[in-house]
Design a protein around this ligand. Structure first.
Ligand code: URA
Length: 232
């Protein structure tokens, strides 16, 4: 793989930043300063140093994206922009969004290539909380909250009780553990309200970094990876 790609995947910086490091002679490959960012390196054999410290290649990558509206949670799409196209770095070929948010939903989406972690986070038996900020069309009444916190049985689907925190007259945080199709929207519809804006703010232990504007991303910190159950 190209040296600049290797350095980006090792979380050294963005493509622009790593090219700058190479230009400033701060990168050595097998003891020799390199100036070519397209030099081919073998991650299993070559020793790559930044300022004489070894750069360890990461097999697994973990990114937090603040998904914007209008973008689909897929790796490819014939019509719409995908969440992977929000990234301004070359991504590893095997990354995917861990779970889905609707096209018009914003907020926290984990992008990774760690299939085992994705399985744990999405499997019902691990009871992973997903917390949403929900703006509603009208007042969220005490009766509505009680219904959202009870089992909801629809003709084609059953939802386990959610947990509601009221923030304003027409605004709540709703935490659920399932991630069924249009679940939050359908739960609110069932209790006699409608969602006008939906944003995921937490996924398991991972909280949306409020510094990220819609469409922006960052790598998870080591602490976030460990807490979520990923591999360093
Ligand atoms: N529930 C929804 O209705 N939509 C989402 O995108 C996520 C949860």
């Amino acid at each position: 793989m190209r040296l600049d790609k290797y350095l980006v995947h090792a979380n050294i910086g963005t493509r622009k930043e790593v090219k700058e490091l190479i230009r400033k002679s701060r990168i050595k490959v097998n003891g020799v300063i390199v100036k070519k960012d397209d030099l081919k390196v073998d991650e299993n054999i070559d020793i790559i140093l930044l300022d004489d410290e070894e750069v360890i290649y990461q097999k697994y990558v973990y990114y937090m994206l603040n998904k914007p509206q209008g973008v689909v949670s897929a790796t490819t799409d014939r019509k719409d922009k995908t969440v992977l196209e929000c990234f301004d770095i070359p991504l590893k070929d095997d990354v995917f969004p861990v779970g889905r948010l609707d096209k018009d939903t914003e907020g926290l989406l984990l992008i990774s290539n760690d299939g085992a972690l994705a399985h744990r986070l999405l499997s019902l038996k691990y009871h992973v909380d997903k917390k949403y900020y929900v703006k509603c069309e009208k007042e969220v009444t005490t009766e509505m909250i009680a219904s959202l916190e009870d089992v909801i049985k629809l003709k084609d689907e059953t939802y386990q009780p959610g947990k509601v925190e009221r923030i304003g007259v027409d605004e709540i945080y709703l935490t659920i553990q399932e991630g069924k199709f249009h679940q939050v929207k359908r739960m609110l519809h069932y209790v006699g309200n409608e969602v006008t804006y939906l944003k995921r703010v937490q996924f398991g232990s991972l909280k949306l970094d409020e510094k990220l504007r819609p469409g922006e991303w960052r790598s998870l910190t080591k602490e976030e990876i460990v807490e979520l159950g990923g591999q360093l």
